[in-house]
Every structure is written in structure tokens, then in C-alpha cells.
Design a protein around this ligand. Structure first.
Ligand SMILES: NC(=O)c1ccc[n+]([C@@H]2O[C@H](COP(=O)([O-])OP(=O)(O)OC[C@H]3O[C@@H](n4cnc5c(N)ncnc54)[C@H](O)[C@@H]3O)[C@@H](O)[C@H]2O)c1
Length: 251
């Protein structure tokens, strides 16, 4: 119970790895606010946590809307009286079409940056006043090793995930003054439902062959780094990227 009585918000908690972060944070004792653009799915995650004996609420929040992220922060404060942890997990990933960089549609580029970068900025500026007041906060931004590998045909996604690390580096020094930690978790290929469906076994096999550990990462494998960075054990860690990829890139 490393996070007993802490209050955590997870974005993109309706589907995929965000569901596992929510369940694991709850298992570590946190009260979890599950949000997603798919509100019904976020509610379902919260219900699952409550059914397992945890404390959670779930509702719709589109991270591209500052009105939504402000409402997400106020609702969390109203319900639980503080905001300790923000897991910035929501992103467009498999939903983005792949292809040569010069054939990428401008509207897809714009939408990718809006969700995968502006979305993080919105969430951070919405929770920040509460974290600043309590002089405590742990912000964890989810990135991807694709930007370290230089993966082709995913220009928008890879660029946005490099941006997540840049954003982490830029915000961490500003928020340190208020004892708020800002770090990134950089994931390798993970068997979320959407990744399995879109990429298939062959793609996972290729990654496995390049990894030190010859098995695919599960959503549960991603949770330990998030719990650690959300915990008081990470008190003096900020502006860092923790790579969780089974030994694919060395950083
Ligand atoms: N699965 C992988 O292999 C992998 C690898 C590296 C990084 N990641 C990152 O991990 C995170 C989760 O990945 P996943 O595979 O579970 O993805 P996913 O597509 O299965 O889930 C993403 C969630 O984000 C939500 N979402 C999308 N747009 C939103 C918006 N505007 N506002 C709020 N919620 C929104 C979706 O509804 C969905 O529930 C993402 O940030 C992704 O980039 C995943």
C-alpha cells in the first residue's frame, strides 16, 4: 500500500494500459479518478475498482478541452479534497494512420499534437493550482521508445512522444519550487488490446527479438514504474525518463 490515501487522476483510463494503471494505483491504496473521452468506459473502470474494494470515480474528460480538464481537477478536489498524482496517459496511438511523412494529412498531424501534447499541458495546468497549494504533487507523463528508435511512418506519433519528454524537461524545473515532481515513463511495445489488434503477432515478435527479455510487455509491466514515480520513494526524482521496454533501448 505504497500510495495509501493518495488521490490520483488517470487520463485515458477507459481502455488499454490506463485501466491497469488505475487498478494498480487503487491496489496500492490510492483513491482513483478515472477519466477518458469515452466516459462510459472510464465509469466502468471505476466500478471495477469499487467492486474489488477500492475507492474510485469515473467520468468523461476530453484532454483537448481545457474546460473538461478544469472540471476534472475541480471534481477530484470536491470528491477527495486533494490531488496528489496525475498520470497523463491519454493519447492517440493505434488510431493514427501510418504512412510516409509527406503523405500524412495535416488534420491528423494537428489532432495528434492536440491530444498527445496539448492534452498533457491542459491536464497539468488544471491540476497545478491544487498541487501548488498543498505543496505536493507527482505528475507522470507517458511517452514511447519509438522516438528513441526513430520509427518510420509514424511521424506525428513519434514526434509527439518526443515532445512528451521535452514537455517534462521544461515543466519539471518550474514546478520544483512547489515540491511537485514531473517525470516521464517511456514504454516499449505493450500488449494493450488496441496494439495487439492493430499490430498483430509478427510485429510483437520483431520487438521481442530485439529486446533483452524475450517476451512481450503486458499492461501490468508498465504499472511498477508509474507507482514508483507516484510514491514518496521518488521524492528527489524529477525531470527524468524511466524506460520500461524489456531492454530494447539503453538510455
Ligand atoms: N501500447 C503500446 O505499445 C504503447 C507503447 C508506448 C507508449 N504507449 C502509450 O501508452 C498510452 C496508452 O496506450 P494504449 O495502448 O493503452 O492506448 P489505447 O489507444 O488503447 O488507449 C488510449 C486511451 O486514451 C483515450 N483517449 C484518446 N483521446 C483522448 C482524449 N482526447 N481525451 C481523453 N482520453 C482520450 C482513449 O479513449 C483510450 O481509452 C498512450 O499514451 C500510448 O501512447 C503505448
Amino acid at each position: 500500500m505504497q500510495l495509501k490515501d493518495k488521490v490520483a487522476i488517470v487520463t485515458g483510463a477507459g481502455v488499454g494500459i490506463g485501466v491497469e494503471y488505475s487498478k494498480r494505483l487503487a491496489a496500492e491504496g490510492a483513491k482513483v479518478v478515472c477519466t477518458d473521452i469515452q466516459g462510459g468506459h472510464a465509469e466502468a473502470t471505476a466500478k471495477e475498482i469499487v467492486a474489488a474494494g477500492g475507492d474510485a470515480i469515473g467520468f468523461k474528460a476530453d484532454v483537448t478541452s481545457k474546460a473538461d480538464t478544469d472540471a476534472m481537477a475541480s471534481r477530484t478536489q470536491d470528491q477527495y479534497d486533494r490531488i496528489d498524482i496525475l498520470v497523463n496517459n491519454a493519447a492517440l496511438f493505434t488510431a493514427l494512420p501510418e504512412g510516409p511523412f509527406d503523405e500524412l494529412k495535416e488534420e491528423n498531424w494537428d489532432r495528434c499534437m492536440e491530444v498527445n501534447l496539448k492534452g498533457l499541458w491542459n491536464c497539468i495546468r488544471s491540476v497545478y493550482p491544487f498541487m501548488k497549494k498543498q505543496r505536493y504533487g507527482k505528475i507522470i507523463n507517458i511517452s514511447s521508445v519509438t522516438w528513441m528508435m526513430g520509427r518510420p511512418y509514424r511521424l506525428d506519433y513519434v514526434t509527439s512522444k518526443a515532445g512528451v519528454v521535452g514537455l517534462t524537461h521544461a515543466i519539471a524545473p518550474e514546478l520544483g519550487e512547489y515540491d511537485i515532481n514531473v517525470n516521464a515513463v517511456v514504454l516499449g511495445l505493450v500488449q494493450s488490446d488496441s496494439a495487439v489488434k492493430v499490430y498483430g503477432a509478427e510485429h510483437f515478435q520483431k520487438f521481442k527479438e530485439r529486446q533483452v527479455f524475450k517476451r512481450s510487455l503486458t499492461p501490468q509491466d508498465a504499472c511498477g514504474a508509474v507507482v514508483f514515480l507516484a510514491s514518496d520513494d521518488a521524492e528527489m526524482i524529477t525531470g527524468q525518463s524511466l524506460v520500461v521496454d524489456g531492454g530494447l533501448v539503453f538510455h
